[in-house]
Design a protein around this ligand. Structure first.
Ligand code: NAD
Length: 359
């Protein structure tokens, strides 16, 4: 089968890690008889330099006409002095909006082979961790009314947290579907003891739960969830939450795995369309030096196989190859510890391709 993928390498280590993912895509295509066709487009700083804007119209059009979008990372020191609305990172917000990407899936997966990188005590993470945070991505306080006004206490600023029933429903459905594919456990995180928007969130999630009798749904206040994630992370399987709470909790969940270079993400629209990218940024400090860990990017490709193309065996195969290479002791600098073999970005890509070949 043919799949059209918009490739957005971006800036910094974006092109470094994307190149390794493309090697893996070619290998998976060859092994399983698929044709992954790429159209490479500009976004972020690279697009600012070439076309004066971080998200050229052609990029949006190519992404919209593709089956899925694969992104490296955007941003870097060179563009740090630009005003906020002209910075490379605006390209990501623009793509989310243009492509209707309302659900962000972030797995926080601690490979047993990397347990040493986790800042939590060994007994807390025994057997590894496998959590998915489903974050609402296009609503809530980041997109609500905002502004300044003068008050008798001086200037005041406000940002409105608002959720409609429909917005909560569609993210809840993504989360319940995800729970059904995993361990049938869902925790919905809100602040319903204080916020009206959270009370609506909770009641809509509870209604949707009626359609998923096999899923055990629990609700948790966000302050408690932040604490429980470090106290007993294994109680979580799928977490669903709002844009703001999800932003914070997904970073917390990923950092307890201790390895920013290992974590993929997916942002999904209605249907199967999605944008896939590693959670890390453009890491300008190591860009172009063959030092970046390409595994987060390669695992993002596995997510694309699973969630957009429904190619479960291919996704399993990529994840297995990553695990096998880690099991053989290969490490990039970010996950290196004494006694292991230090290799570069390209070698890591090659080893994963070889592992897929040999599986
Ligand atoms: P970062 O994730 O780029 O880097 C943080 C640290 O982690 C750095 O020391 C970096 O070397 C290291 N690191 C990150 N990814 C790595 C990998 N794959 N392998 C090895 N080490 C890795 O975050 P930052 O430094 O805060 O941001 C740098 C730039 O990236 C900024 O311009 C920021 O706005 C942008 N950014 C972009 C995205 C995105 O494109 N989605 C996300 C976050 C940050």
């Amino acid at each position: 089968m043919n799949y059209n993928i918009a490739l957005v390498p971006g800036d910094g280590i974006g092109p470094d890690v994307t190149a390794e993912s493309v090697k893996v895509m070619d290998k998976v295509g060859e092994k399983y008889g698929h044709k992954f066709q790429f159209t490479t487009v500009l976004a972020g700083g690279a697009a600012i330099d070439a076309e004066g804007t971080c998200l050229p119209r052609n990029t949006v059009d190519v992404c919209k006409n593709s089956d899925a979008v694969f992104l490296g990372a955007v941003g870097g020191w060179k563009w740090d002095t630009l005003p906020g609305d002209q910075r490379p990172e605006r390209a990501i917000l623009g793509l989310r909006k243009e492509l209707g990407l309302f659900a962000n899936l972030r797995p926080a997966l601690l490979f047993e082979e990397l347990a040493g990188a986790c800042p939590l005590k060994a007994e807390i993470i025994e057997g590894g961790l496998d959590i998915v945070v489903v974050r609402e991505l296009t609503g809530g306080i980041y997109f609500g009314e905002k502004g300044y006004k003068n008050t008798e206490l001086g200037r005041a600023a406000y940002d409105v947290e608002q959720y409609s029933e429909e917005e909560v429903k569609r993210i809840a459905v993504v989360a319940f579907d995800m729970a059904m594919k995993r361990n049938k456990k869902l925790i919905s995180v809100d602040k319903a003891n204080v916020l009206e928007s959270s009370r609506l969130w909770r009641s809509v999630v509870t209604e949707i739960a009626k359609g998923y009798p096999e899923v055990a749904l629990n609700h948790m206040y966000v302050d408690n969830a932040a604490m429980q994630l470090v106290r007993d992370p294994k109680q979580f399987d799928v977490i669903v939450t709002s844009n703001l709470f999800g932003d914070i909790l997904s970073d917390e969940a990923s950092m307890i795995t201790g390895s920013i270079g290992m974590l993929p993400s997916a942002s999904l629209a209605k249907g199967n369309f999605g944008l896939y990218e590693p959670i890390h940024g453009s890491a300008p400090d190591i860009a172009g030096q063959n030092k970046a860990n390409p595994m987060a990017s390669i695992l993002s490709f596995a997510m694309m196989m699973r969630y957009t193309f429904g190619l479960t065996n291919e996704a399993d195969e990529i994840e297995k190859a990553v695990k096998s290479v880690l099991g053989k002791g290969c490490r990039t600098a970010d996950i290196m510890s004494p006694g292991y073999e230090l290799i570069g970005t390209k070698e890591m890509g090659d080893r994963i391709v070889k592992a897929i070949d040999e599986q």
